[in-house]
Design a protein around this ligand. Structure first.
Ligand SMILES: [Zn+2]
Length: 138
């Protein structure tokens, strides 16, 4: 008998909530870093292309804090053991959507900073430096 591999709804919703939701742990960590260093920003501003996790319209700077799984990080992404096609397709779609967002932001002279989840876990100081560099130049 053929039994298709399926992720149970419970596990699926757990995965979805850990990778897709707003206000994820790495996102909050970045916000805290910025706030502490006196930078002010909006979160998920719907008037900015791609609703960046963090943005400052006056400075035209957009910061995306990306989950390593959800955004297919080169360093961390591993295809799930089940439903590989489903997940890979989703990740690729996310990447394409992101590319379009980047393109329109750059066209309007925005500075865009991408922070990976693993960077936050590894070295918050260099994350802040990366953002500061863009912040000062914008
Ligand atoms: Zn990563």
């Amino acid at each position: 008998m053929y039994v298709p591999e399926k992720i149970s709804p419970k596990i699926r919703s757990k995965i979805m909530s850990s990778i897709k939701s707003k206000n994820t742990r790495p996102e909050i960590a970045v916000r805290r870093l910025l706030w502490k260093s006196g930078k002010r920003y909006r979160i998920h501003d719907s008037t900015v292309a791609g609703n960046p996790d963090i943005s400052n319209k006056r400075r035209k700077i957009a910061i995306f804090v990306d989950g390593c799984f959800w955004h297919g990080c080169n360093k961390c992404y591993v295809s799930p053991k089940t439903n590989i096609a489903y997940w890979d397709e989703k990740i690729i779609r996310n990447a394409k959507r992101r590319t379009n967002v980047l393109r329109s932001l750059l066209k309007e002279n925005w500075a865009v900073v991408q922070i990976w989840e693993h960077e936050i876990k590894e070295d918050q100081e260099s994350v802040l430096q990366k953002i500061e560099l863009a912040w000062q130049n914008s």
